[in-house]
Every structure is written in structure tokens, then in C-alpha cells.
Design a protein around this ligand. Structure first.
Ligand code: BMA
Length: 324
């Protein structure tokens, strides 16, 4: 029997300069800066597409670039991608939580983000080559849906996207498929929130885009446990089949990263770690995980891909319908 205490290995290390970006760094007034998408540009620059919340409570997205992914951030002087409710009414209350996927077949980045409509949050897509001009595809999954990221290549001829749908029986992770990025179908429920006392009992959602490894798609997901003093957002690991990405091979029981540092414990929303992006170091092993802390600022934690996969192989197991 594996007791959760056996799982207590430190898989992620917080950067000593955390939080690495805050509203005080911003070139224009902002309430909070958090939940950034991330990508490594061909010249080695780290690009974060940050969610910036203004004092109305509405969010937009702004690019910050750094040569080392830690400091010396060059932040766009104005919002990079703003809600456009005139043409896209689903963006009425802002756009949030971008996940960036570089798609070699298109030579473009696909940004999946939450569009906050009067009907609730949905999933929208936008394409870009340079993070200056964006081609919006509009809302592709209606409310209540969010926490979406595209897989970087077609599988069996179809694009695949992971997302989190809220239904009458809970907030679980789904996968949808598309021939053209515009029309989505073939939905499959791929990972369920657990129930009762579990750390991921209330709801779960994808963190950053899935990470392709020789052993499968590695998924970092957030799980929420509701308590009398609010929810606690922590991170768990799961592995999915490379060629049948709707098939979960392994899921860990214990969470692997949770709010501990003061900037994760206290902020606009206490007890939140919420990653939407990562970069991989030049060694092909180091995972730089960028996350929003307490819905207030941006932090960085690093881990080793092989350590995450080894942990899952030792402590994960195929999901069992009776266990959730
Ligand atoms: C989720 C999203 C995130 C946020 C988190 C914690 O539902 O809205 O943007 O960071 O809640 O408040």
C-alpha cells in the first residue's frame, strides 16, 4: 500500500526571486498580474503572456519578455491583447488565463484563453506569429468551459484540445477534437474530479499545456478542495497515451505542489497556485513552471521532467472509476 506520505518528495523548487512579476512592475496601472501563458521564442527569450486585471475587475493580456526567464523583464507599454466585446461579445467581462501552444504545422502560436461572457466563461482561440497581431477564431467552446490548451500536432488527422467543462455532476477535464480548429466535437471525459475528502474533490482543470515526453503526455492539473475558509488550489500529475491522448495511463493520488510561501498563501484570493505555462531548459529536462500566486502576482518553480515521470511511475496508477 502506498500511503500519501511516501509521496513526499520535493518535485518543484521555488525560485528565490519569487514573485518574479507583480503589478508594481507594470508600466501602466494594474490591480494584479497573474496566471501567465509561457513560451520560449526561437532566440531563447522567455515570453510570458500575463493576465492583467484592472481596477474594474476585468482582465486583458500583456506580453513580458526576459532573456533568462527570471528577471530583466521587458513589458509591453500597453495591453497586448484586449477584450473586444464589440466584435466578440463573449469577451464582455474580459479575457483570462491564456495557454500558448506552438504549432509547427501552422508556423503559429495558438492561444487558448477564457472569454468571460455574460453567459459565463467560455474557451476562445487566437492565432499569432509575433504576439503583436492576433487572428481571433472567437469562442469555440461555450460556457461553462475554461482551462483549455491545444495539443501541438494533429492526432489521427484531428486537432485535439483539453478543456474543463462544468456540468451538473461536476467540473471535470474533457478532450475535444477538430478538423480545422473552428469546429469542435467528439468530446471525451478524460479526467474526473474526485469526491469527498480528496485534495482534488471540488473541481479540477488543466494547468499548462500538456508536455510531450517519450512516455506520454504529461499533464499538470490543478485540483480544488473547498473548505470553510475558501478553496485551496494545488497541483497534481497525470500521464496520457501519446497516440490516444484521451486515454489516461497514470494518475497520482497525492498533490505535488501547493500554496506554502506567503505570496501563495495571501493575496486577492488566498491559497492559490495556478500555472498556465512552462518552458523547457536547454538541457531538455528542466521544467520552468510559471504560475499565478494568490491571484495577485507571477511566480516560478522549477522541476526535472524525469523526476516527475519517475514519481508518476512509482506512485501513479490507472484511474479507477470506483476510487473517485
Ligand atoms: C479559477 C480561475 C483562475 C483563478 C482561480 C483561483 O476558476 O478563475 O483564473 O486563478 O480560479 O481564483
Amino acid at each position: 500500500m502506498n500511503y500519501p506520505n511516501d509521496h513526499h518528495e520535493i518535485l518543484f523548487h521555488r525560485h528565490p526571486k519569487n514573485p518574479i512579476l507583480t503589478a508594481a512592475d507594470w508600466p501602466y496601472p494594474a490591480n494584479s498580474v497573474f496566471n501567465p501563458g509561457a513560451t520560449l521564442l526561437p532566440d531563447g527569450t522567455t515570453l510570458l503572456l500575463c493576465r492583467v486585471e484592472d481596477r474594474r475587475g476585468h482582465s486583458h493580456l500583456t506580453v513580458a519578455r526576459s532573456p533568462n526567464g527570471v528577471d530583466r523583464w521587458d513589458i509591453d507599454p500597453h495591453p497586448t491583447l484586449e477584450p473586444d466585446p464589440k466584435n466578440y461579445p463573449e469577451e464582455a467581462w474580459g479575457i483570462e488565463d491564456p495557454r500558448i501552444t506552438y504549432v509547427p504545422e501552422l508556423g503559429k502560436y495558438v492561444v487558448a484563453y477564457t472569454s468571460y461572457s455574460h453567459g459565463g466563461p467560455g474557451v476562445s482561440l487566437a492565432l499569432t506569429e509575433d504576439f503583436q497581431r492576433f487572428e481571433r477564431l472567437g469562442v469555440v467552446l461555450p460556457p461553462v468551459d475554461k482551462d483549455a490548451a491545444l495539443l501541438p500536432r494533429r492526432i489521427g488527422g484531428r486537432w485535439a484540445m483539453i478543456h474543463r467543462t462544468v456540468g451538473p455532476l461536476g467540473a471535470h477535464i474533457w478532450m475535444s477534437f477538430s478538423p480545422d480548429l473552428r469546429h469542435w466535437g467528439g468530446q471525451r471525459l478524460i479526467l474526473e474530479a474526485r469526491r469527498g475528502a480528496w485534495w482534488d474533490a471540488e473541481k479540477i482543470g488543466l494547468g499548462p499545456p500538456p508536455i510531450e515526453t517519450p512516455r506520454g503526455w504529461l499533464i499538470i492539473y490543478h485540483g480544488v478542495r473547498r473548505t470553510v475558509s475558501g478553496g485551496i488550489y494545488r497541483l497534481g500529475l497525470a500521464l496520457f497515451d501519446l497516440e490516444r491522448p484521451e486515454r489516461c495511463l497514470l494518475r497520482g493520488d497525492a498533490w505535488v505542489f501547493g500554496p506554502e510561501a506567503p505570496y501563495e498563501r495571501f493575496g486577492d484570493v488566498n491559497n492559490i497556485v495556478f500555472p498556465c505555462g512552462y518552458t523547457i531548459g536547454a538541457d531538455g529536462q528542466t521544467l520552468n513552471l510559471y504560475y499565478g500566486s494568490a491571484d495577485t502576482c507571477v511566480a516560478l518553480a522549477t522541476g526535472q521532467l524525469s523526476a516527475l515521470l519517475d514519481w508518476l511511475e512509482r506512485h501513479g496508477r490507472p484511474p479507477d472509476a470506483d476510487e473517485v
